[in-house]
Design a protein around this ligand. Structure first.
Ligand code: BV8
Ligand code: ZN
Length: 266
């Protein structure tokens, strides 16, 4: 266990440290005593369900990075190609199911009266696992919105044919997700920041903490004195500010922490 020079109470644990067990015990103790919990999730939480993350290996599609496809400009220039990327992602998602990390968050929601799941993920696995109190910052891969009449509805066709799809009004449909350079829903963002400012514990799970404004959520909580626990395979932009940064898989560490926090024997 190495203590960061930045703040004496920060511990960084490598996957191999035996003290990782201490960190799991410490995280479980903080979680057991927390009154108001926020969990911020990213693509890493869905990785163990078989979904490629954004910036990790496998995140490329036809050698293009998501940042060059998930933009209004890319869609305007070539809607068919952008839809082919989303259709491919929907087909990959259709074969995936929630993993123990998703299920641990459902248990936490049921056990904590003040709990808010704030997700950057658009894959629908949290809802599939049973999460109900969820703020979807970046939209939903399984919803489409008409560029003409604005109608938004659930669309689970796999594959979608033909691409791009059209609305009954004749307008072109787009994925109902937030692209880079697009603003998030004011209402959703306000609810997320409100939850973060009320929280006494924030779990930051499987995110590189690069994308804003989502990455600001744990920092708002830190400023208000909340504890922040991160679980990630590798160090991130947030690690040096987190009180506890565990190296490991969310699908393995989070269920163990939740099990202990909710009364399970160590
Ligand atoms: C906004 C939906 C106001 C689409 C997504 C310049 C010009 C314009 C904007 C900007 C700019 N510079 C910065 C910005 C702001 C920009 C931004 O933050 N850019 C980044 C790249 C620097 N943000 C925006 O544009 C936002 N809007 O700011 O509006 C505005 C308006 C106009 C102009 C300026 C500002 C909108 C952001 C939303 C973008 N949409 N997705 C789609 O999905 O198709 S974001 C996309 O990234 C996904 O939602 C994803 O969830 C999100 C974050 O990525 P992560 O989830 O963290 O995934 P990543 O692969 O990065 O990391 C995975 C992590 O998991 C890794 O750390 C890995 O180690 C770990 N991991 C892997 N496996 C496991 C694991 N950990 C544990 N266990 C495992 N098993
Ligand atoms: Zn329409």
């Amino acid at each position: 266990m190495t203590l960061s020079p930045l703040a004496p109470n920060i511990t960084h644990l490598s996957h191999t440290h035996t003290s990782e067990l201490d960190a799991v015990a410490q995280a479980a103790e903080w979680l057991a005593g927390a009154q108001s919990v926020v969990a911020l999730t990213g693509a890493g939480v869905s990785a163990e369900s078989g979904l490629p993350t954004f910036r990790g290996a496998g995140g490329l599609w036809r050698n293009r990075r998501p940042e060059t496809l998930a933009t209004p400009e890319a869609f305007a220039a070539d809607p068919k190609t952008v839809w082919e990327w989303y259709d491919w992602r929907r087909s990959v998602h259709a074969g995936c199911s929630p993993n123990p990390g998703h299920h641990a968050l459902v248990e936490l929601e049921r056990a904590k009266s003040e709990f808010c799941l704030v997700s950057q993920n658009v894959d629908g696995l949290h809802e599939q696992a049973g999460s109900r109190r969820i703020l979807k910052l970046h939209g939903d891969l399984w919803k489409v919105r008409c560029l003409t009449c604005g109608r938004e509805e659930r669309d689970t066709r796999v594959p979608i044919d033909p691409l791009p799809p059209y609305c009954s009004c004749g307008g072109m449909l787009r994925p109902a997700v937030v692209w880079f350079g697009e603003s998030l829903s004011e209402e959703t963002l306000r609810a997320a920041f409100d939850a973060a400012s009320r929280a006494d514990l924030v779990l930051v799970l499987g995110t590189s903490s690069i994308v804003y404004p989502a990455a600001k959520i744990p920092r708002v909580a830190l400023e208000r004195g909340a504890r922040v626990i991160e679980i990630n395979l590798e160090p991130t932009e947030l690690s040096s500010s987190a009180h506890l940064s565990l190296r490991g898989k969310t699908g393995e560490l989070l269920p163990e922490i939740v099990r202990r926090a909710l009364g399970g024997a160590p």
